[in-house]
Write a protein that binds this ligand. Structure first.
Ligand code: AMP
Ligand code: GLY
Length: 426
């Protein structure tokens, strides 16, 4: 098979790494890719939103399967563009990607499908939204309805904070039209977990779960990020609970989407809160999580490529994936200043030394390479240092040994990835 992966982060590096191991693969490309990805795929300099160029490339190179990584091209219609050219693409159409692109849409699907989620209300009028907050009181959650690069959610501890969020989203339009309407919802309390499924429109195949660390600082402090590290399995989310959540959230969502004439194909990601009343849906995303993808693919024993192809062909009901009984941990290294203003251009050394440590895999998230091969930081999240092991403790120890092997004074990471798992009584 000839495969094109779309994206340039550690998630796409992990996807390329897994696909490159498939005996079914003839040739692998990645657009635009990164220097880490260049080790397993041929990188082509096409942006993820340049659909015309991506379709032309796929046609010229007889691509058998397109594998999109990030949400932006999906929400903008990459799958539709590929469908129109009869090129199989393992992602949702723009209509189905509303599950990630619109908070209101997600809430409507959740309510229609009977999926447990926070109580919510939508507002197009800022004054009505402020009045609602004054009536309900804090804590309360304010969300811009559209995509806001992961920054459109404010978990407000006080009424004033909630009202300031409404002011900036709806009046000042800091996220543009994404803030034309807001969803205000009940604040859920508990541990968060990310649950994944590969879907073919009808059948959902479990891809496992992981716990992310969204805040930039140790002890879950500081601003939200794309994710600073994660681990799997999650002791707070044992297999019985995971299967129950899959049946209560993923399967009904898939059925509801099919019923509405927008069957969901691709990777469905449910962000859950493990509340005292059981798991509740926080949000759906229509793609793999990053860094969740990295740890889950490290645990996957089966060949990923035929599963992705089966998802495109509507053949997943014949499929079963096998998993290694290992634990896996990802520690993200970010550039100083992330998430507000990451510094670019600093030199990173010791990557080979880190990757040579047993059980360690280093994925590139935001790097560039000079002509002489020197690797430099080029983004917020720069590396995902991953390791497997018999326990989370062992995997985490290997990942941090690898972090120490990397010589990059301008980078930083959280030092407590996995703390919730380790704090739990055995
Ligand atoms: P999102 O940008 O949609 O991934 O949301 C960012 C974060 O906001 C989530 O990971 C949760 O930590 C938090 N969050 C969103 N909705 C709620 C809610 N209803 N209750 C508590 N926390 C929430
Ligand atoms: N790590 C969370 C996400 O990818 O949205």
């Amino acid at each position: 098979m000839r495969v094109l992966v779309v994206g340039s982060g550690a998630r796409e590096h992990a996807l390329c790494w897994a696909i490159a191991a498939s005996p079914l693969l003839t040739k692998l490309w990645c657009a635009p890719g990164n220097p880490g990805i260049a080790g397993v795929a041929e990188c082509v300099d096409i942006g993820v939103l340049d659909f015309e160029a991506l379709v032309a490339f796929a046609q010229d190179n007889q691509i058998d399967l397109v594998v999109p990584g990030p949400e932006a091209p999906l929400v903008a219609g990459l799958t539709d563009a590929m469908d129109a050219a009869s090129i199989p693409c393992c992602g949702p159409t723009a209509a189905a990607a509303q599950l990630e692109g619109s908070k209101t849409f997600t809430k409507e699907i959740a309510d229609a499908a009977g999926i447990p989620t926070a109580r919510w209300e939508r507002f197009e009028d800022a004054e009505a939204a402020r009045a609602f907050v004054r009536r309900r009181g804090a804590p309360i959650v304010v969300k811009a309805d559209g995509l806001a690069a992961g920054k459109g959610v404010v978990v407000a501890a006080t009424e004033a904070e909630a009202i300031a969020a409404i002011d900036s989203m709806m009046d000042a339009r800091i996220f543009g039209d994404s803030g034309a309407s807001v969803v205000i919802e009940e604040c859920l309390v508990g541990e968060e977990v990310s649950l994944f499924a590969l879907c073919d429109g009808e059948t959902a195949l479990p891809l496992g779960s992981a716990q992310d660390h969204k805040r930039v600082g140790d002890g879950d402090t500081g601003p939200n990020t794309g994710g600073m590290g994660c681990y799997s399995p999650v002791p707070a989310f044992p297999p019985g609970l995971e299967e129950a959540a899959f049946d209560r959230m993923i399967r009904p969502a898939l059925a509801e989407m099919a019923k509405r004439g927008m069957p969901f194909r691709g990777i469905l990601f449910a962000g859950l809160m493990l509340t005292e009343e059981g798991p509740k849906l926080i949000e759906f995303n229509t793609r793999f999580g990053d860094p969740e993808c990295e740890v889950l693919l490290l645990k996957l024993k089966s060949d990923l490529l035929p599963a992705l192809q089966a998802a495109c062909d509507g053949e997943l009901r014949h499929f079963n994936l096998r998993w290694n009984e290992t634990a896996a941990v990802a520690v993200v290294m970010a550039a100083r200043g992330y998430p507000e203003a990451p510094e670019s251009g600093s030199i990173i050394r010791g990557l080979d030394r880190a990757a040579a440590i047993p059980d360690v895999t280093v994925f590139h998230a935001g790097t560039t390479a000079d002509a002489d091969g020197t690797i430099r930081a080029a983004g917020g999240r720069v590396l995902a240092i991953c390791a497997t092991g018999p326990t989370i403790e062992a995997a985490r120890a290997s990942a941090y040994t690898a972090v120490k092997a990397i010589d990059w004074p301008e980078g930083f990471c959280r030092t407590d990835i996995g703390w919730r798992a380790l704090a739990r009584p055995a």
